[in-house]
Design a protein around this ligand. Structure first.
Ligand code: GDP
Ligand code: MG
Length: 297
């Protein structure tokens, strides 16, 4: 399963650290229904963690709150123990009034901080279970216009609690030019609202190739993604994961077609350790000290 995403290819140093600690990584996906969250998770892990669901008929009863569902997989590869968890948040943005859609998500993230804090406060703190959310993929509807109020509200409420990684959903529905323009607009909206998204750090003590690779990743944010677990046939006869259109095939794993490969590289190869460190050293630490201050400690 994991061979595909490349844990075996983690840089040696990260690899060794992870062997020592045991590896726990939790990613959350948030965004309105139908934007392809479940599909992208399946595409990332090259499996069907989420069975395909029939869309609800309009008259069907819908849940009235955001629910939080998590799926974990325990994996061992090359002697590295991995516990990988994906937290899905169905219902976000689905209601008549979505003013508080962000709330159950903040509560969930804080509850995970609290659970970690509680373990740290124990006398015996040998084996800490880390269920904190290390990255949050936020799915933006490919409108081609601007961020919506619900996007801004969510990111404003969450950016101090979690590493935000914005993605433009269903990028195959926009032209290349539209994607370029939309990315610019999204980034300027984010800056305008003082929202901090995860910054991929670029270390100048790395070799040139690595620096170039990291700059390439940073330049793609917000990643324009396409998800699909279907194999389709291209006009030149290759079988690829992608989406077929009358005019041709959009290939998920082709970097000229979308940013899926770069997103995967960022999450599971280049920046997994940074995402974990930033969560622990900055986001969790801020939460912890505010909480202690609040208790008058
Ligand atoms: P979720 O509600 O966000 O989990 O969305 P799903 O993953 O269930 O996908 C909703 C619908 O969008 C399904 O019919 C998918 O096949 C389709 N879909 C998923 N990803 C993409 C994509 O990248 N491009 C396009 N065009 N459709 C997609
Ligand atoms: Mg879903």
């Amino acid at each position: 399963l994991m061979g595909y995403v490349g844990f075996a290819n983690l840089p040696n140093q990260v690899h060794r650290k992870s062997v020592r600690k045991g590896f726990q990584f939790t990613a959350m996906v948030v965004g309105e229904s139908g934007l392809g969250k479940s599909t992208l998770i399946n595409t990332l892990f090259n499996t069907t963690l989420y069975p395909e669901k029939e869309p609800l008929p309009p008259q069907a009863e819908r849940p009235s709150t955001v629910s939080i569902e998590s799926i974990s997989a325990d994996i061992e590869e090359n002697g590295v123990r991995l516990r990988l968890t994906v937290v899905d948040t169905p219902g976000f943005g689905d209601f008549v009034n979505n003013d508080n859609s962000w709330k159950p998500i903040v509560e969930n993230i804080e509850a995970r901080f609290d659970a970690y804090l509680e373990q740290e406060n124990r006398v015996n703190r040998q084996k800490l279970v880390d269920n904190r959310v290390h990255a949050c993929l936020y799915f933006i509807q490919p409108t081609g216009h601007a961020l919506k109020q619900i996007d801004i509200e969510f990111m404003r409420r969450l950016h101090t609690k979690v590493n935000l990684i914005p993605v433009i959903a269903k990028a195959d529905t926009l032209t290349d030019d539209e994607i370029v323009a939309f990315k610019e607009r999204v980034l300027s909206d984010i800056a305008h609202h003082n929202i901090r998204i995860f910054q991929a750090p670029i270390y100048d003590n790395e070799d040139e190739e690595t620096i170039a690779e990291n700059e390439e990743i940073a330049s793609k944010i917000p990643f324009a993604v396409v998800g699909s677990n279907r194999e389709v046939r291209t006009s030149d006869g290759r079988s690829v994961r992608g989406r077929a259109y009358p005019w041709g095939v959009i290939e998920v794993d082709n970097e000229d077609h979308c940013d899926f490969v770069k997103l995967r590289q960022m999450l599971v190869r280049t920046y997994m350790e940074e995402l974990r460190e930033h969560t622990n050293d900055v986001l969790y630490e801020n939460y912890r000290s505010e909480k202690l201050l609040g208790m008058g400690v």
